[in-house]
Write a protein that binds this ligand. Structure first.
Ligand code: THG
Length: 265
């Protein structure tokens, strides 16, 4: 299970303020907190800083590397920001978030995957845009996996993001993703799937409950990575218990350890 801590994102008010004030201490604190909570990667996203994305990415990466040895997941649609972040962070097995099957983005990001030998998150989007049906989603995923492996990218480095749409916008948006995960992972043994969890609950109340349960449901179909807040206790409780129930916890060791540490009190 690969947990990508999502908290260093300038769409969050406290991160935006820290960037504006050049408060590196706050960034370091959030990086450290995610590592201590069990994150395996730290996402870095400053996409809201449109004019200054490249410099902001460099500043964030510099600060994060001062307190953690976790590898980073550089999160931007902008190839220049990706390149700047990757250059600064060139240690460990880095991750790029993300490539799509849109021709210009594909052509700009694929060389970075090769140059920096990274893991790669691929969104199910092509030149026709976002998938309209679940068949579109599965077809785009198939094309991306075939093309990436054809380019010499190891299947173990590929993380397909099926793109989560809110259930409030379409009753079947949750169940379709579950079917897509199963289809994609069965069709391409060894490939990984990931997603951001907060879209599923957009515009509904009690969002954390919906996000947590959707994580558990997607895990049961094989999803093996999440872009999430690792410091959220309800989420961590559900994550570990679900791993135990799904045969991902030898001798229930993780569950017992978490219990002893008070996670279920
Ligand atoms: N897939 C991929 N990458 C992604 C996403 C995805 N990167 C960005 C995003 N989605 C995941 N990251 C975040 C980071 C922070 C928050 C949500 C998703 C967050 N949001 C607060 C909320 O929703 O309540 C609002 C901001 C605030 O706290 O002020 O914290 O899907 N590949």
């Amino acid at each position: 299970m690969l947990i990508i801590g999502e908290l260093i994102n300038t769409s969050r008010k406290l991160i935006r303020e820290a960037v504006e004030k050049k408060d590196g201490e706050y960034i370091k604190q959030v990086a450290k907190a995610q590592e201590e909570a069990g994150a395996t990667y730290i996402d870095v996203n400053c996409g809201t800083c449109i004019e200054t994305e490249v410099e902001t990415m460099e500043w964030l990466v510099d600060n994060i590397l001062q307190v953690t040895s976790l590898p980073l997941c550089i999160d931007s649609p902008n190839p220049l920001a990706l390149q700047a972040g990757l250059k600064k962070a060139a240690n460990g097995k880095l991750m790029i978030n993300s490539i799509t099957f849109e021709t210009p983005r594909w052509n700009a990001v694929l060389p970075l995957v090769k140059e920096f030998n990274t893991k790669i998150i691929a969104l199910c989007i092509d030149d026709g845009g976002m998938p309209k049906t679940n068949e579109d989603r599965i077809r785009i995923a198939d094309s991306i996996i075939t093309k990436l492996t054809g380019e010499g990218i190891n299947i173990d480095d590929i993380y397909i993001d099926p793109l989560i749409k809110p259930v409030s916008a379409g009753q079947k948006n949750g169940i379709e993703v579950l079917q897509a995960i199963q289809n994609i992972m069965e069709g391409h043994p060894g490939v990984h799937t990931t997603c951001g969890l907060s879209n599923i609950s957009y515009s509904l109340p009690a969002r954390k409950v919906l996000n947590t349960l959707f994580m558990v449901q997607t895990m049961a179909r094989g999803m093996d990575s999440y872009i999430m807040d690792p410091t959220n206790k309800e989420m961590r409780r559900a994550l570990i218990a679900s791993q135990t129930l799904l045969g991902q916890d030898r001798f229930s060791r993780k569950f017992i350890k978490a219990f002893r540490e008070g996670l279920y009190d």
